[in-house]
Write a protein that binds this ligand. Structure first.
Ligand SMILES: [Zn+2]
Ligand SMILES: [Zn+2]
Length: 260
């Protein structure tokens, strides 16, 4: 699996135009998998992908983790869909109304509503929807993480927003082994941040990675990645990278390409 990060920031980063972005700044979180599968259509994702010169014509599927405005932007989604001539769109069944698509816009999509533990096919993967420990206010939807399983048996958890796992997701994950895990890393090295019910901090990821290692949930050489970092809750870059590196976690940045 090859991931191109089109954004790695949490919602507190300023929503800038692409021409105003400076090195080291983060856009809202989304990514492109194998050049074919989009995970979240964040507001700046399309413009950044174009700036990188990415070929978007091969995209077939988009998975939406939840409809917070830093992860779902209708204009970005439409721009991707027009570029590749239409998309299969996978999202929680109670999030479909929140897309706000007109009938004409819906014609660009094959909408595939998902329930918890439902499977979808995308590229060479079977993708399973799992509940994320997160909440969209005033929406009945269940935010999702997605488990991607490739034909060769490799398995990846690609998370959206969410604090440490819901009971259902964790108990399911405990029966599996992973080659890669993407963590919500919104909060920095803080023990007492109120977001612990909806996002992770570094101390929470220390617990999670230790339990995963002891529970043999990580395969040899598994790649752990931190993304969705808040601008206001992390130390300067070098210190942040040192803190995550001590946990065996790589910190993602906008434009990073990684092979898992
Ligand atoms: Zn977010
Ligand atoms: Zn969110």
């Amino acid at each position: 699996m090859k991931i191109l990060f089109l954004g790695t920031g949490a919602a507190d980063w300023p929503k800038k135009e692409e021409k105003d972005m400076k090195a080291g700044e983060r856009r809202f979180s989304s990514m492109l998998i194998d050049g074919k599968i989009l995970l979240d259509a964040a507001p700046q994702s399309f413009a950044f992908a174009k700036r990188l010169g990415t070929d978007l014509s091969e995209i077939t599927d988009c998975f939406i983790t939840h409809t917070h405005s830093d992860h779902y932007d209708k204009q970005a989604l439409l721009a991707f869909a027009k570029e590749c001539g239409g998309l299969r769109l996978h999202l929680h069944r109670l999030a479909v109304e929140r897309l706000g698509l007109s009938d004409a816009e819906k014609a660009l999509f094959d909408i595939r509503p998902m329930g918890i533990f439902d499977d979808a096919r995308a590229g060479s993967y079977t993708v399973t929807a799992c509940s994320a420990n997160h909440l969209v206010e005033n929406s009945p939807e269940q935010p999702l993480h997605f488990i991607f399983e490739g034909e060769e048996g490799k398995r990846y958890l690609l998370g959206g927003d969410g604090g440490l796992f819901t009971a259902r997701t964790w108990e399911y994950m405990r029966t599996l082994q992973f080659d890669g895990i993407l963590f919500d890393a919104t909060v920095g090295d803080s023990d007492d941040d109120f977001r612990l019910g909806t996002h992770n901090s570094i101390p929470m990821l220390r617990l999670a990675t230790a339990a995963m290692r002891r529970g043999k949930m990580l395969r040899e050489g598994a790649t752990l990645i931190a993304t969705h970092l808040a601008m206001t809750l992390h130390a300067p870059t070098e210190e942040t990278e040192r803190l995550f590196s001590a946990l065996g976690i790589t910190v993602a940045y906008d434009g990073m390409e990684i092979e898992l």
